[in-house]
Design a protein around this ligand. Structure first.
Ligand SMILES: C[S@@+](CC[C@H](N)C(=O)[O-])C[C@H]1O[C@@H](n2cnc3c(N)ncnc32)[C@H](O)[C@@H]1O
Length: 243
């Protein structure tokens, strides 16, 4: 195998898998995204060439360029690590990169990572499938391929916790859609910014207050009764990791 698509987790290097840490140490080249914490790069082979392909969300021309870069690096180097925030297959475009590498005959493998979709709520003390409160969890994007809002009305009827990635820009649409879909405007909402980094922040409110929340990317929006939970008060684990 020469190209590894590796999940870096949501932030702090403590949440890397052992396999990810080992591959970082063995890499000849590391191709990294924007949202990679500095603590993760401390595991990198000091002699590795590091290429930063940080890009704006949804830019397909730069994605094509990244695919081509990975193919060419895969042809020239022994171990290439394509390091992606969270999990490579959760809105990370890892699938597209894997297909491009496969089409070019490059051997590749994928290493899972801790996704922000589930770990950002946890960092705020929210159990997304809390027993007796919800039937499950739906993970969706708030932004379509063209950068526009996504219609999330139908999710209101699922009786699941709704976790929205890339939803900050269109949070007024998300709020309006879910209320139009039948959720009460007082349904709890939590927005977790920069989870598992030293600047993590949680803002809580409800569907009515979501449009006016002062929040910035990267952040995950959690909608549902579980968003009112703060189990961290009982076990402040996030603080333990972040000291
Ligand atoms: C292109 S998606 C990539 C998701 C990534 N593959 C994952 O599994 O976490 C980027 C979005 O993930 C979310 N995100 C990533 N890292 C985050 C973090 N540390 N805290 C909160 N949200 C995060 C934000 O919604 C951001 O807009």
């Amino acid at each position: 195998v020469s190209v590894f698509l590796v999940g870096a987790g949501p932030g702090d290097a403590d949440l890397l898998t052992l396999r990810a840490a080992r591959l970082l140490g063995e890499a000849d080249v590391i191709v990294r995204d924007r949202l990679i914490d500095d603590s993760v790069m401390a595991y990198a082979n000091p002699n590795a060439e590091v290429i930063d392909v940080g890009k704006m969300p949804g830019d397909s021309s730069s994605q094509t360029a990244i695919n081509e870069l990975l193919v060419s690096l895969g042809q020239r180097f022994g171990t290439v690590v394509r390091l992606k925030g969270g999990d490579p297959f959760i809105f990370g475009r890892g699938g597209e990169e894997l297909l491009a590498l496969h089409a070019a005959g490059i051997a590749c493998d994928v290493v899972p990572g801790v996704t922000s979709a589930l770990s950002a709520p946890l960092a705020a003390g929210i159990s997304v499938t809390h027993r007796g409160t919800t039937r499950g969890v739906s993970v969706v994007t708030g932004t379509d391929a063209a950068g526009g809002p996504v219609d999330v009305r139908a999710l209101a009827a699922t009786q699941t916790t709704i976790v929205v990635l890339m939803g900050i820009r269109h949070r007024h649409h998300i709020s309006a859609d879910l209320i139009a879909g039948g959720l009460d405007q007082s349904t709890p909402v939590a927005v977790i910014e920069r989870a598992w980094t030293s600047t993590q922040r949680t803002v809580r409110g409800d569907l009515l207050s979501l449009p006016d929340m002062d929040v910035t990317n990267p952040a995950v929006i959690v909608v549902g009764d579980v968003a009112a939970l703060d189990l961290r008060a009982m076990a402040p684990w996030a603080d333990v990791v972040l000291v």
